[in-house]
Design a protein around this ligand. Structure first.
Ligand code: HEM
Length: 178
């Protein structure tokens, strides 16, 4: 059964800019996460697709697969997990370079709006899943302060992505198809 959207949802209002301390906490914790990048990425995406099955609709190769073990083996899922982890790595490495952050998010936002036609709400849902999995898999690293810094970063990402969708004139499919 699909989880309710509000469940476990994080507050993703436009946050204040990250402080130097928050940037450091994100970079330190990410170093440990990134050592297990492929495993963590796949865990995040399997959790997303199991708890929010409608998010599978965009993926031709596994939209009808339900078994977590089968999802885990799927090449298209593993590839997307790797891409997401790579993009987060670039963001984390570029926290002091706002132009780089903006350009990465622009490419991601544009591709997902125009090519993949992904509803932006899935970026919000994915952010909640990322926070949940990082907290579970790295309990000693992701302390409440570190989790708060990650929440801020993911909120910034979500706000930038929705701003790009808006710039592109995104309207929900339900309103365009009547
Ligand atoms: C931070 C979040 C995300 C990042 C960094 C990311 C990154 C990427 C990248 C780099 C690609 C390949 C290049 C391209 O075709 O644009 C891609 C493809 C794709 N993404 Fe994402 N993505 C994210 C979230 C999502 C979400 C939430 C969904 C839907 C639930 C999604 C659905 C897709 C689909 C359907 C493709 C094409 C897959 C394929 O052709 O095999 N992405 N993504």
């Amino acid at each position: 059964m699909e989880r309710m959207q509000g469940e476990g949802e994080v507050d993703l209002e436009q946050p204040s800019p990250l402080t130097d301390k928050e940037k450091m906490m994100i970079q330190d914790s990410w170093r440990k996460v990134f050592q297990n990048c492929d495993d963590v990425g796949v865990t995040i995406l399997v959790r997303l697709f199991v708890n929010f099955p409608s998010s599978k609709q965009y993926f031709s190769q596994f939209k009808n697969i339900e078994e977590p073990e089968e999802l885990e083996r799927c090449a298209q899922l593993r590839k997307h997990a790797h891409r997401i982890m790579d993009a987060i790595n670039t963001l984390v490495e570029s926290l002091d370079d706002s132009e780089k952050v903006a350009s990465v998010l622009k490419v991601v936002g544009k591709a997902h709006a125009l090519r993949h036609k992904v509803e932006p709400v899935y970026f919000k849902i994915l952010s909640g899943v990322i926070l949940e999995v990082l907290g579970e898999e790295f309990p000693n690293v992701v302390t409440p302060d570190v989790a708060a810094a990650w929440t801020k970063l993911l909120a910034t990402v979500y706000c930038s992505i929705t701003a790009i969708y808006e710039e592109l004139g995104w309207t929900k499919l339900s309103t365009t198809t009547g």
